[in-house]
Ligand binder design. Structure first.
Ligand code: SAM
Ligand code: DTB
Ligand code: SF4
Length: 331
């Protein structure tokens, strides 16, 4: 969807916007289900990149202890616990600029993926930049979806990250699509961007061909020691508006209410679910920061009459009809 149209929708009176989004949501997702996803940081800290929101960048003095790639057994223990707690998607994150085929680290990750894939959950990884061959090997090992966020608009990106470019991000997304994995791509609210920046990011994401399978909407968790440590919190009404416009622009995507839920009231989260969010990160920890308690989340979704989504490990990546003129990820 183009920026002008997104802006028109975004600026609707609040009730009109969430009503419209809810209608799109019910038409596309009539089952009243929510996907529960568990995150695990399999390699923490010491990242070469300078993303100014991130506690794991080695450029900033943060409280995060650097940890090497986790052993297979420890990852399997977490993944099994996640499945037993009702998660249907297990997302493994690594603080790397990217991965390279033929290295021991990448081979170890492939082995981890092969094992986790046997547990019957969707397997998602987020390891940074991927080349075409790395993407192919991840797909073959059993990765269903790859998370790689654009985070903000092309214009605002250099204010937030200078060690890689927006086009680097788009290239990785192209490689993920070409390898036949589903794309999980979204952003962060609260990086000092304007609402136009948020909508420009959504323009790019919603114009992917095919559209992403999931769109995570994170609210900045200000991390001590990072350049954005003192940022003010995002207004919940802005989060709801962004969820609503994302639901309308990407009707078939899972819209994941991601980082930042621990700072939101249950009523605020409920507005997000009404406006079209149908997925959350579930479990007391995100990568390095806190998330609401499992019991609290289960109680809330029960109160709302929503059911946890059943697993779909066979999930196929959406078919590709890539038109280089239309699809910004191809440029
Ligand atoms: N290194 C990989 C990459 O950059 O794609 C994967 C890990 S990275 C931590 C994954 C995503 O987490 C980022 O793109 C960003 O959207 C989100 N994220 C990281 N730190 C965050 C924070 N402090 N608050 C909110 N979201 C954050
Ligand atoms: C995404 O969009 N959000 C998740 C996941 N993809 C990898 C990460 C959130 C990280 C929040 C900050 C932290 O825990 O370090
Ligand atoms: Fe953090 Fe990923 Fe940026 Fe590294 S590349 S600093 S892990 S967001």
């Amino acid at each position: 969807m183009k920026f002008e149209q997104l802006k028109e929708i975004y600026e609707l009176p609040f009730f009109e916007l969430i009503h419209k989004a809810h209608e799109v949501h019910v038409a596309n997702w009539p089952e009243k289900e929510i996907q529960l996803c568990t995150l695990l940081s399999i390699k923490t800290g010491g990242c070469s990149e300078d993303c100014s929101y991130c506690s794991q960048s080695s450029r900033y003095k943060t409280d995060i202890e650097r940890e090497p790639l986790m052993e297979l057994d420890a990852v399997m223990e977490s993944a099994t616990a996640a499945r037993d707690n009702g998660s249907t998607r297990f997302c493994m994150g690594a603080a790397w600029k990217g991965v390279r085929k033929g290295t021991k680290q990448f081979d170890d990750v492939l082995e981890i993926v092969r094992n986790v894939a046997g547990l019957g959950m969707e397997v998602c990884t987020t390891l940074g930049e991927l080349g075409a061959e790395e993407a192919k090997q991840l797909k073959e090992a059993g990765v269903t979806a790859y998370n790689h966020n654009l985070d903000t608009s092309r214009e605002h990106y250099p204010n937030i990250v200078t060690s890689h470019t927006y086009d680097d991000r788009l290239n990785t997304i192209r490689n993920v699509q070409d390898a036949g994995m589903s794309v999980c791509c979204g952003g962060i609210l609260g990086l000092g961007e304007t609402s136009d920046d948020r909508l420009k990011m959504l323009e790019v994401i919603s114009e992917f061909n095919p559209q992403p399978e999931s769109v995570p909407i994170n609210s900045l968790m200000p991390m001590p020691g990072t350049p954005l440590a003192e940022s003010s919190s995002v207004d919940i009404f802005d989060v709801v508006r962004m969820i609503a416009v994302t639901r309308i622009a990407c009707p078939k995507a899972k819209v994941r209410l991601s980082a930042g839920r621990s700072n939101m009231s249950e009523e605020g989260q409920t507005m997000c679910f009404y406006a079209g969010s149908n997925s959350i990160f579930y479990g007391e920890k995100l990568l390095t920061t806190v998330n609401p308690a499992i019991k609290k989340d289960l109680k809330l979704i029960e109160k709302l009459g929503i059911n946890p989504l059943k697993p779909n490990p066979e999930m196929d990546a959406p078919g590709q009809e890539c038109d280089k003129e239309l699809s910004p990820c191809c440029k």
